[in-house]
Design a protein around this ligand. Structure first.
Ligand SMILES: CCCCCCCC/C=C\CCCCCCCC(=O)SCCNC(=O)CCNC(=O)[C@H](O)C(C)(C)COP(=O)(O)OP(=O)(O)OC[C@H]1O[C@@H](n2cnc3c(N)ncnc32)[C@H](O)[C@@H]1OP(=O)(O)O
Length: 208
């Protein structure tokens, strides 16, 4: 894994704005009820836009970078990356030994009709649990994730997600966390085991 010096911020800002537009496009696509000729016309426009973006490409999404404020960021990440349309993007804050984020899922995250797909909730918790491990100085890869779905998760509603590191044993560390309604009602709870790969232990990972 490499950490790059950040390129010109204005270009990254434009890339994040493009990603935000693509997220809106994804919701619009999931919800549209326009007629077939309009669908065909929009599809042609998008094919042209895709070709323009492919004119110059990278091998991977944006890597870990040091931002202008000195913080570590990963704009290509599928959960937190502002430059990745797949990401919400989740903005994770540290809170002592824990991490938390406010979040709001979108119609494109639908699983059961009217609520969020369980795999999407699990992905958010996987990331947050991993960040809690990293915040405790035990960054690692997810080895296992156990998820309990307590209530359907709504989209279009502000929610909270929180995680904390609970214990460590050698290269293994455990975190637990939950997604809740704003009033604290638990919706999804998870525990995860994170293992620091041997290659990382000789080069301590930077904290997020
Ligand atoms: C320049 C570096 C910069 C780094 C910057 C980092 C900053 C951090 C910032 C921000 C945090 C972001 C947070 C992200 C969160 C999301 C993370 C993901 O989505 S990760 C993707 C999904 N996970 C994988 O793809 C893993 C694939 N698996 C593996 O790579 C390996 O299996 C790995 C590393 C998990 C373990 O491999 P081994 O070779 O190190 O493990 P062995 O030596 O066999 O076992 C060690 C101990 O762990 C147990 N163990 C191993 N795998 C286990 C498992 N799956 N379940 C339970 N125990 C397991 C074993 O039984 C052993 O235990 P005994 O020491 O004997 O007690």
């Amino acid at each position: 894994m490499t950490i790059e010096a950040a390129p010109v911020e204005a270009r990254l800002q434009a890339l994040c704005e493009l990603s935000a537009q693509v997220r809106d496009l994804m919701d619009a696509t999931a919800l549209t009820d326009v007629q077939e000729p309009e669908l065909t016309a929009v599809t042609a426009m998008l094919a042209e836009a895709t070709a323009r973006l492919r004119a110059v490409t990278r091998d991977t999404p944006r890597p870990f970078e040091i931002g202008p404020d000195g913080s570590l960021r990963h704009l290509g990440n599928a959960v937190t990356g502002g430059a990745n349309p797949h990401a919400l993007p989740l903005v994770v804050e540290r809170d002592g030994a824990a991490v938390h984020a406010r979040l709001s899922f979108r119609p494109m995250h639908e699983g059961p009709p009217g609520s969020v797909h369980g795999g999407i909730s699990a992905m958010i918790l996987d990331h947050l649990l991993g960040q809690a491990a990293a915040a405790a100085g035990a960054a690692g890869m997810t080895a296992s994730l156990t998820v309990h779905y307590r209530k359907p998760v709504p989209y279009g509603t502000p929610l909270l997600a929180r995680a904390e590191h609970v214990r460590a044993e050698g290269r293994k560390s455990w975190s637990e966390g939950q997604i809740t309604a704003l009033d604290g009602t638990p919706l999804v709870e998870a525990t995860g085991l994170f293992i620091t790969p041997t290659g990382w232990t000789t080069h301590p990972a930077p904290l997020p």
